[in-house]
Ligand binder design. Structure first.
Ligand SMILES: NC(=O)c1ccc[n+]([C@@H]2O[C@H](COP(=O)([O-])OP(=O)(O)OC[C@H]3O[C@@H](n4cnc5c(N)ncnc54)[C@H](O)[C@@H]3O)[C@@H](O)[C@H]2O)c1
Ligand SMILES: [Zn+2]
Length: 513
């Protein structure tokens, strides 16, 4: 590619997408706690979109809930900030007793209180009219730069805060801002190395604590985009750092430019405005905001230093895109990297049509139901201290997606008449892309001596993206042929019973053996 290419992505959504989750009224919160099971009263704390520092008071009850539930200190304060900014993707606190995994009886009261507070926000008081959700819209540009770009031109010059992946800083730091590391008027640079286990509120807090205060004003614009007096941030790194930094930017109301440095982040994570962190014990991406970047700057040159395993993980998401829109770009032998603009177009087209995931955007979850369950198994094994492999053995998101794709096409053949040829075609894409695992490797990467179907199924039923909950069936995005997601009426997902899913799992296991 010799010239830059650009893709403009418009977005439109109501704010907040789920009005009941809006944090509104501390007095009502205190009332709810006193009337119920909240251990200790909640001190009144002022909430604001200013991040962690803006939340005084409330310490005793917060600490009680945190201690009882075993959350790190500061968790709830960060949640306050998130709610003040209109937390939009949160349904992890299922205190109904059927949570996955179930909440211990000793923790139930505190969980229930916490669920009241955080799952739905504080109920709007009946004596005041509930505000109507605002209709918001905006846009951002994705620019794909040619190999020949000068790195100093690639980065925005007007940012106050740069959050950069540690490995990227090591490989590329010297070329990025010649001289500016020592220049006091340059941006504040914060280096951060995060693993999937560290995709947490604590990392969000860390980014917020290092953020400089606003130095200039930008034109007013409603959430989920920056607030009037915001700082300008730039995040340089993969999908983990981007998800965490953008979540922090959303809480702070800062403008953020994404400079993705992994194939996965270029093809997927940087497009569409979903940000979020994992939240134990409920798993992957359970807390999040829709928060759109100021712009996305894609330069495939970063991939020269990306380890092959991470490249293959990115290939898995590219394969997913190719299965959703086969006309969009050519699968190997033409490399996905060479066609990155077309790969990005696939996701861009979907998120333009359905930014808030009320319909077609669900198709991007193809392969992800099992993937998230596998990742959650690995995270849980880590947290229990039972992950007996080296930490970098842990399954990567893209690797889990690759397995999830294989599983989903087996189910697609069973449920939606995907042809044998199409199924084999997907398997061959995965093999050629270097993202096909034998069972031993998969099991090791999930941290255990064996993979338990019952546990995976429970996790899949609790996956936040499912519209049907319960232990007997869950929803999957499936294909009727390559490029055609099976639709039942207006639904983009297909209900799959436990015996059907178990049969697909057995078939997959025998393929991987
Ligand atoms: N928000 C979304 O819509 C979305 C979509 C897909 C995936 N995701 C998320 O993305 C995350 C995975 O992202 P990822 O695969 O980019 O992982 P990552 O961010 O961990 O990056 C992979 C590894 O490569 C290193 N690295 C990054 N760029 C490098 C470079 N150019 N050279 C050398 N090393 C480099 C990093 O330090 C890290 O060790 C998951 O948490 C997933 O949930 C989000
Ligand atoms: Zn993904």
């Amino acid at each position: 590619m010799s010239k830059s290419q650009t893709i403009k992505i418009n977005w439109e959504m109501t704010d907040p997408p789920v009005p009941a989750r809006r944090w509104r009224d501390l007095a009502a919160l205190e009332g709810a706690c006193q009337a119920g099971d909240c251990a200790g009263g909640l001190g009144a704390g002022g909430l604001g979109a200013g991040g962690l520092g803006a939340v005084p008071g409330g310490a005793p009850a917060e600490a009680t809930i945190e201690t009882t539930l075993g959350f790190p200190a500061g968790t709830i304060r960060t949640l306050h900030g998130a709610f003040a900014a209109g937390l939009t993707r949160f349904d992890g606190w299922d205190a109904s007793g059927s949570a996955t995994p179930p909440i211990a009886a000793s923790k139930f009261a505190a969980a229930k209180a916490a669920a009241r507070i955080y799952k739905r926000g504080v109920p709007w008081r009946g004596d005041q009219p509930e505000p109507r959700p605002a209709q918001l819209h905006g846009s951002y540009q994705v620019t794909i730069y040619p190999d020949s770009v000068d790195l100093t031109d690639l980065l925005p010059h007007d940012v106050d805060y740069v959050i950069i992946d540690g490995n990227v800083a090591r490989s590329w730091g010297g070329k990025l801002w010649p001289g500016q590391h020592r220049n006091p008027s340059g941006p504040k640079i914060f280096e951060m190395q995060l693993s999937e286990n560290e995709k947490t509120l604590a990392s969000v807090a860390n980014i917020l604590e290092h953020a400089p205060s606003p130095t200039h004003r930008v034109p007013p614009s409603p959430s989920p985009s920056p607030s009037p007096a915001s700082t300008r941030w730039c995040v340089i790194g993969g999908g983990i750092l981007t998800d965490v930094a953008a979540f922090a930017a959303g809480i702070k109301g800062a403008e953020i430019t994404f400079v993705p440095t992994t194939l996965l982040a270029m093809a997927d994570a940087c497009i569409g405005g979903k940000t979020g962190v994992n939240f134990s014990p409920w798993g992957k991406n359970q807390l999040g905001l829709f928060y759109f970047p100021r712009e996305v700057r894609v330069w495939p040159g970063w991939l020269q230093t990306l380890p092959p395993r991470h490249l293959a993980a990115g290939v898995a998401e590219c394969i997913k895109h190719s299965l959703l829109d086969p006309g969009a770009f050519k699968p190997p032998p033409r490399s996905y990297v060479d066609q990155i603009a077309d790969v990005i177009h696939v996701k861009a087209n979907v998120v333009k049509e359905d930014p808030a995931e009320t319909g077609r955007r669900a198709t991007l979850n193809f392969g992800h139901t099992l993937a998230h369950a596998l990742e959650a198994e690995a995270l849980a094994a880590q947290e229990r201290g039972e992950f007996d492999q080296a930490p970098d053995e842990q399954i990567l998101h893209g690797e889990a997606v690759a397995v999830g794709l294989a599983f989903a096409v087996i189910l697609s053949q069973m449920k939606c008449r995907l042809s044998e040829n199409d199924k084999q075609w997907v398997f061959s894409l995965l093999r050629d892309g270097g993202c096909w695992f034998d069972l031993k490797t998969l099991t090791r990467r999930c941290g255990g001596a064996s993979l338990q179907w019952d546990s995976l199924w429970r996790r899949m039923c609790g996956d936040k993206k499912q519209s049907v909950k319960g232990d007997d069936a869950t929803e999957f995005v499936l294909l009727s042929k390559i490029g055609e997601v099976h639709q039942e009426g207006a639904a983009w997902t297909v209900r799959v019973s436990e015996p059907e899913a178990a049969a697909a799992w057995t078939a997959l296991m025998s393929l991987l053996r």
